[in-house]
Design a protein around this ligand. Structure first.
Ligand SMILES: [Mn+2]
Length: 338
């Protein structure tokens, strides 16, 4: 399960874990299935191995994923004075993605960065960044197996959540065989995946579906139907009795790619405090990470995002202009190679 080129890094991480007693685990803001799964899976395993574990998640744990979270202290402060032996930041391309500044004595408290984002800035004392991994949960599972750390059905429940969500149920382009090996390993614990599948397949609320309906009625097509764009303003959300979370819960980002001609999508939406967000998706190789990074965000080649405190109209114009260019360039270079 562990790619051979990561063996040494994994051993370095395990050596730090072994010599640490108190360990702080953190992940990015608005934690998704992978962030929640990797923090909680690693937390459970380390607790079972006798370690004292705390977590730092500024936004807390999303309610729909709370079922995978163990009894563990969750720090929700913007500044954490860490006296822990070790800090491990998971699923975050940059330390700032946690929304937390970690004050630590660098000679006593090492910081480990475990992630799979191609935009990772290598901010840790040790960086285990495997951009070919489907999810951070896949990396954590490989790490635990390598280190003979406890992996029972409870640990597996957490890790499977991130594995399924980040791989879009093993449908990501270029998914590596190791994602399937990790899944098999997790299932061997006797894990019952039905709580995860129920949450993912039937976990929507009315406002999620209303936003989905709005999006499907109001998206626009550019570049000969190759690019789908959608702007959702606060006024739209208010009319639907919905909020920002319902945009994330709607499933729209990927759904806009379900038209046969469409290879990229961008959804621009805003929060009630004036923060505007973009989510980019693509298939077939269009690099939306480049667009997100150029706009101050990050992510993966087929899925990325950014946010800024500017007017939504302004962010939308910039995002749509850049995406049009990205799609046109992609189509042009593809035609050249055919
Ligand atoms: Mn992830």
């Amino acid at each position: 399960m562990l790619p051979t080129n990561f063996k040494n890094t994994a051993l370095e991480v395990l050596a730090e874990i072994n010599k640490s007693q108190s360990i702080l685990l953190a992940a990015h803001l608005r934690p998704d299935g992978d962030a929640t799964g990797s923090v909680s899976g690693l937390a459970k395993s380390l607790q079972k191995a006798g370690k004292t574990v705390e977590t730092a998640l500024l936004d807390g744990v999303p309610e729909r994923f709370a079922f995978v979270f163990p009894e563990v202290r969750i720090l929700r402060e913007q500044t954490v004075d860490s006296k822990h032996d070790l800090i491990i930041i998971l699923d975050s391309g940059d330390e700032t993605r946690t929304g937390i500044s970690f004050n630590r004595d660098q000679s006593k408290t090492k910081l480990i960065n475990i992630d799979h984002h191609a935009s990772n800035t290598m901010f840790g004392d040790i960086n285990y960044v495997d951009t070919g991994a489907s999810s951070t949960c896949e990396i954590v599972a490989a790490l635990l197996a390598q280190g003979d750390l406890p992996v029972d059905a409870e640990v597996a429940m957490s890790l499977m959540l991130g594995l399924i969500t980040d791989s879009r149920s093993f449908q990501n382009e270029g998914i590596r065989h190791t994602a399937h090996l990790v899944a098999a390993h997790l299932l061997q614990t006797g894990l019952d995946t039905s709580p995860i599948l129920n949450t993912l397949n039937s976990g929507k609320c009315e406002a999620d579906l209303r936003v989905q309906g709005f999006g499907l009625s109001n998206f626009r097509l550019e570049c000969g139907n190759k690019l789908a764009t959608l702007v959702i303003k606060q006024t739209d959300l208010k009319k639907l009795n919905a909020s920002l979370n319902n945009v994330f819960g709607s499933g729209l980002f990927n759904q806009l790619l379900s038209m046969s001609e469409t290879i990229a999508s961008v959804v621009i939406f805003e929060r009630d405090d004036g923060m505007a967000f973009c989510e980019f998706r693509s298939r077939g190789g269009v690099n939306v990470k480049e667009v997100a990074v150029a706009m101050g965000g990050g992510g993966h080649v087929p899925a990325s995002g950014c946010s800024r405190a500017i007017a939504i109209e302004e962010l939308a114009e910039e995002a749509i202009t850049m995406m049009k260019k990205q799609v046109e360039n992609f189509v042009e270079s593809r035609e050249k190679t055919v």
